[in-house]
Design a protein around this ligand. Structure first.
Ligand SMILES: *Cc1c(COP(=O)(O)O)cnc(C)c1O
Length: 455
């Protein structure tokens, strides 16, 4: 079989056998699939050898580039010892070293690491921990059963995670299967629900949140939040001071704060963790996506000593945390995560990003002049460009026009891989993208938006 034949067979088999996630397969099957076969640094190659810039870090996970020797070698070294063992009743060196290293870099006091293998599960674990913590500390009175979550929130796709989600497009359908959560309005400054403008608003939204919290705190175990940026909703950046205000409300009303840093963690915002920007220490911290540098599935739920201690008891008191996935803390994934964390130090990744975060900010300036760019939101290396049909009225394009999808297909023709969130074009460059590739990424995105929306 020659290469061309192999490639055509590959395309046919993709269409024949794979049901792709978050994808209307009827549309997908109309197009030739793009099949990525190789990656190096910030570049990807498809089966025909076409080269692309990875503009979304392979769905928000790749941190130090594809094919980083240090991470590859760490995984290979671990394979030489053992590829899987269990944390249920046993332990292994990679999980131990990683737990210690995470406790060292996480906000102070988050000293206990509970492993799982994806962000949704790590969220479920955080919710169960918070619930059971109050159950046990209230000696069975158990009034604190509810969770406060935000509109526009995304915490994953499993049912517990969807229960605390707030994106109607993906979450509404499953509502008969979900537990009830208390929804607080999230700050979305471009479309402020209070009709205000920052900073003149003086964070009136925090006042609204306080109304919700003060009304429900006695029944509430925890509040869950995506710190600084609601990612999947379209990169909604919260106004400065909001996160700190949320922390203060949780403390004032005695509810646990769960920070879901699955998207924003590991350097995305320009700090290792988003909570650091506002000196916030959550009670429970959830990490996933970039934790292994984007190599293998792994997630963690970190908790304070106080929460951990609430689960200690005699065996027959049944205070055990009854949760654990089969591949929890897989040694290969832990080895990759240790190597990735080392790279942050050895590469001085965050320091070196600073200049490029600014470069990106400068490069995005002229996007505001485009006729159909309503809002440009940036936090570090997370960017959302919201396209609208009318800038004055902020009217969206009709959903059926698939404007976002058209833009990313246009970018693809020009050698850049993106993925939109509705009509928000997302840029999520790999953290060590150099100035040249970053400029190309910005230029191609601009041209693609202009070509599609002004055609
Ligand atoms: C991606 C994401 C999740 C879910 O993680 P999975 O590994 O896809 O299950 C949870 N929370 C946030 C904020 C995310 O961005």
């Amino acid at each position: 079989m020659d290469m061309d034949q192999r490639n055509r067979q590959m395309e046919a088999d993709d269409l024949g056998f794979i049901w792709h996630p978050f994808t209307q397969m009827k549309d997908y099957m109309k197009e030739k699939p793009l099949i990525i076969e190789k990656g190096n640094g910030v570049y990807l190659w498809d089966i025909y050898g076409n080269k692309y810039i990875d503009g979304i870090s392979s769905l928000w996970v790749t941190t130090h580039g594809h094919g980083r020797r240090e991470i590859d070698e760490a995984i290979i070294e671990q394979i030489g010892k053992i590829s899987h063992s269990t944390l249920l009743g046993l332990s292994h060196p990679s999980a131990i070293v990683l737990a210690r290293n995470l406790a060292n870099v996480a906000p102070e006091g988050l000293s206990k690491v509970f492993y799982s293998d994806n962000g949704s599960c790590a969220v479920e674990i955080g919710l169960k921990m918070a619930f059971q913590y109050w159950l046990q500390s209230s000696k069975g009175k158990n009034s604190k059963k509810k969770i406060i979550s935000f509109t526009n929130a995304y915490h994953g796709d499993t049912l517990g995670a969807v229960s605390v989600g707030g994106i109607d497009l993906f979450h509404e359908i499953y509502s008969p299967l979900l537990f009830e959560s208390i929804k607080a309005p999230s700050p979305y400054c471009y479309r402020c629900h209070l009709g205000k403008t920052y900073p003149a608003c003086r964070l009136e939204c925090l006042g609204r949140l306080e109304e919700v919290v003060s009304e429900h705190h006695e029944q509430t175990a925890a509040l869950i939040i995506e710190p600084l940026v609601q990612g999947a909703a379209g990169m909604l950046v919260s106004p400065p001071g909001y996160l700190k205000g949320v922390r203060a409300l949780c403390s004032k009303y005695g509810i646990l704060m769960i920070a879901d840093e699955v998207a924003v963690g590991f350097g995305r915002t320009g700090r290792l963790f988003a909570c650091e920007h506002e000196q916030v220490i959550p009670d429970i911290l959830i990490l996933g996506k970039g934790i292994t540098g984007g190599y293998l599935p792994l997630a963690v739920t970190m908790a304070t000593e106080e929460i951990f201690n609430g689960f200690l008891g005699e065996f027959d008191e049944l205070k055990t945390f009854y949760h654990g996935h089969t591949y929890t803390g897989n040694p290969l994934a832990c080895a990759a995560a240790i190597a990735s964390l080392d790279l942050f130090r050895n590469d001085r990744t965050l320091e070196r990003m600073m200049e490029n975060i600014e470069r990106l900010r400068q490069g995005l300036r002229r996007f505001r002049d485009l006729k159909h760019v309503g809002d440009v939101r940036q936090m570090g290396f997370m960017v959302g460009i919201e396209l609208v049909s009318d800038k004055d009225t902020k009217t969206p394009f009709p959903a059926g026009e698939k404007t976002g999808i058209k833009v990313i297909l246009e970018a693809r023709k020009r050698g850049l891989i993106l993925r939109p969130l509705g009509d928000v074009i997302v840029l999520m460059p790999i953290l060590n993208t150099d100035a040249g590739a970053l400029d190309a990424l910005i230029r191609i995105t601009y041209e693609a938006i202009q070509t599609v929306t002004e055609a």
